[in-house]
Design a protein around this ligand. Structure first.
Ligand code: PHE
Length: 373
């Protein structure tokens, strides 16, 4: 047999030699293993697994082989391609699993993360306290009255029986408003209390009068933990037939309990205000020790300084001179009035120690009260 007539010479097609196929498989395996992600794997697949890969091209050469050689070469190429396809499928599964795990991690939602970095504003506790006071009284049928913050001296003082030589009329306490020409006698002041609203209400409404007036007041005080040149008061005024101090006491007790809880009553200490006669200062039963710290060294109370009671403003029966100045006949009508500081009330109620926090407007302070309706 001559070699020239041999119907099959494997060396005829080099790409189909077992060595060439083995090299093709090895290259393919290496490239697939090196692919670090699905994009790289796709490129490796095109180069080593797809229709234009060396093994695919080798496959095409089979057609050129003599029939006797075709089956052998075909098996070899098939085996090589199957091996590469399996290697590809295995690497694909690996990389897909890696990607899925990464996506799970990257796209998972951490529900404990802050969901909104914008600070939500909160209503100022002074506003909510004033509204609460309004609610307590409107629930009893009272009306809310308002008056100007820049007030006529006559309303702030004269109508309230505060004579020209009264200490509160001096520059010590009062902001006088200068006249446009710069002189001090404009006749206007920044109201030093809410009591001028009493006079305004009596002059504009007919008895029976049941009003509450919360609002800003001004005094020339240096700011410190318990003083501010601007603060808020709430004034109450009742004018009706047969009004006595018992009504005043009952009203104050109701307000105290609405604010500080059942059992927190008031007591009246004799005092003096030009616009009420008799006058008293209401004290609030200490809502922390409920009066038990008084005279009891074993139970000191910081809230009331172990007094058992806390000072809470001023009150009294409206002075007949005030009634007369405001056009109401003291022979027919009598009434009571009271006034207390809203900051002070709020500080007790919300356990705030420093008045400056209330005034300065730092949202971190108001936020703590944000949940209060
Ligand atoms: N206006 C008084 C003050 O500012 C308080 C007060 C109001 C007293 C009403 C009696 C009656 O101190």
């Amino acid at each position: 047999m001559s070699g020239a007539n041999d119907p099959y010479d494997p060396k005829q097609v080099a790409a189909l030699s077992p060595a060439a196929l083995a090299a093709g498989v090895a290259q393919a395996r290496e490239a697939l293993a090196k692919a670090a992600d699905l994009d790289q794997l796709r490129a490796a697949q095109a180069a080593h697994v797809g229709d234009r890969s060396p093994l695919a091209l080798a496959n095409r050469e089979i057609a050129a082989l003599p029939p006797a050689a075709k089956s052998d070469a075909g098996k070899r190429v098939n085996a090589a391609r199957t091996e590469v396809r399996q290697a590809y499928a295995a690497r694909l599964a690996e990389l897909e699993a890696e990607r899925d795990a990464r996506v799970l991690l990257e796209e998972s939602v951490d529900v404990t993360l802050p969901w909104d970095r914008r600070i939500t504003g909160a209503r100022h506790p002074l506003t909510t306290t004033q509204e609460l006071i309004g609610d307590v009284f409107t629930a009893m049928g009272w009306e809310v009255a308002e008056g100007p913050e820049v007030e006529a001296e006559w309303f702030n003082f004269d109508a309230l029986n505060i004579g020209v030589d009264h200490p509160t009329r001096t520059l010590m306490d009062t902001f006088f408003v200068a006249a446009p020409d710069g002189s001090a006698d404009s006749g206007l002041v920044l109201r030093t209390h809410t009591s001028p609203v009493q006079a305004r209400v009596m002059l504009t409404r007919k008895p029976p009068i049941y009003v509450i007036c919360p609002g800003k007041v001004f005094r020339t005080d240096e700011p410190d933990a318990t003083h501010s040149p601007v603060f808020h008061q709430v004034e109450g005024l009742v004018i009706d037939k047969g009004i006595t101090m018992a009504h005043l006491k009952g009203t104050l007790d109701h307000m105290a309990q609405a604010f500080f809880g059942p059992g927190i009553v008031t007591r009246l200490r004799p005092s003096y205000f030009p616009f009420t006669e008799p006058s008293a200062e209401p004290d609030l039963l200490c809502f922390v020790c409920r009066g038990e710290s008084a005279g009891n060294p074993n139970r000191p109370c910081r809230t009331c300084d172990s007094e058992g009671w806390i000072e809470w403003g001023g009150c009294g029966m409206v002075n007949p001179r005030v009634l007369r100045a405001c056009g109401i006949d003291p022979e027919v009508y009598s009434g009571f009035a009271f006034g207390m500081g809203i900051e002070r009330t709020m500080m007790f109620r919300n356990n705030a120690a420093d008045l400056r926090n209330i005034v300065e407007g730092d949202v971190r302070f108001t936020q703590a009260f944000g949940m209060e309706a």
